[in-house]
Write a protein that binds this ligand. Structure first.
Ligand code: DHB
Ligand code: MG
Length: 224
């Protein structure tokens, strides 16, 4: 365990207590996840609020999320979206998407949030083939080994000036080690390199500490 983890948790708790009010819908997601033994890999409350701020900063009407889990980050974004906006979220696990749908119904947001079941690559390719209206913001938070392909497909689905955010880009430091053969580490590394090489993408990545340990996220703005 990180020697400083206790302090990171204490500071996260202070910031969360002062700054974040999880509403009943977000609390319900957590309770329902525990009840159904879903993994607790969701973003922290502070990170959820950061996502909601990003959604509001660009007055998002259309958000795409890759990796729903129980829908905790989905709800943070859906609750902050323009009143006639929409969140599309992709989930490969039927077990997770069933719980997520319950959670969205509890929140009364089942008409705002659309869950697409199945492997995200297939759903992204379908959305691309449908020529749908592009998204303002895309949040990548699924199996990390596929980040490079999620990024390629996200570039096709994002609007000019839209934002692509990815969670968990640090992998305990393995992201910067080209010899690390962990597929998740390779996935986030190749993804970061692809963002850096792409002249249409202006990107940065930020390391974080907190209740989820040492991690980080990337954010990119796309000029088409
Ligand atoms: C992992 C995935 C996540 O989305 C997360 O927030 C933390 C860890 C993982 O696959 O290890
Ligand atoms: Mg994550």
């Amino acid at each position: 365990m990180d020697t400083n983890l206790k302090q990171w948790i204490e500071v996260d708790a202070f910031f969360t207590n002062q700054l974040v009010n999880e509403d009943a819908n977000l609390e319900y997601v957590k309770q329902n996840s525990i009840l159904n033994d879903l993994p607790s890999m969701e973003v922290s409350p502070l990170q959820g609020k950061l996502l909601s701020i990003f959604v509001r900063m660009i007055q998002s009407k259309r958000v795409l999320e890759i990796g729903t889990l129980a829908g905790y980050s989905t709800l943070w974004m859906a609750e902050s979206i323009d009143p006639d906006g929409k969140v599309v979220t992709l989930e490969v696990s039927k077990e997770y998407s069933k719980i997520a749908r319950q959670n969205f119904k509890f929140a009364g947001l089942e008409d705002v949030i659309e869950v697409l079941d199945g492997p995200a690559i297939e759903s992204l390719e379908k959305l691309n083939a449908l020529n749908i209206e592009p998204f303002d913001l895309i949040f990548i938070d699924a199996d990390k080994k596929n980040n490079p392909i999620y990024f390629e497909l996200a570039l096709k689905l994002i609007r000019d000036g839209g934002i692509i955010i990815a969670d968990n880009v640090v992998r305990n430091g393995a992201v910067c080690d080209p010899l690390n053969d962990d597929l998740s580490a390779q996935g986030v590394r190749d993804f970061v390199c692809a963002m850096g090489r792409n002249s249409k993408v202006t990107a940065t990545a930020i390391q974080t500490v907190g209740s989820k340990g040492w991690d980080g996220f990337s954010i990119a703005i796309v000029s088409k």
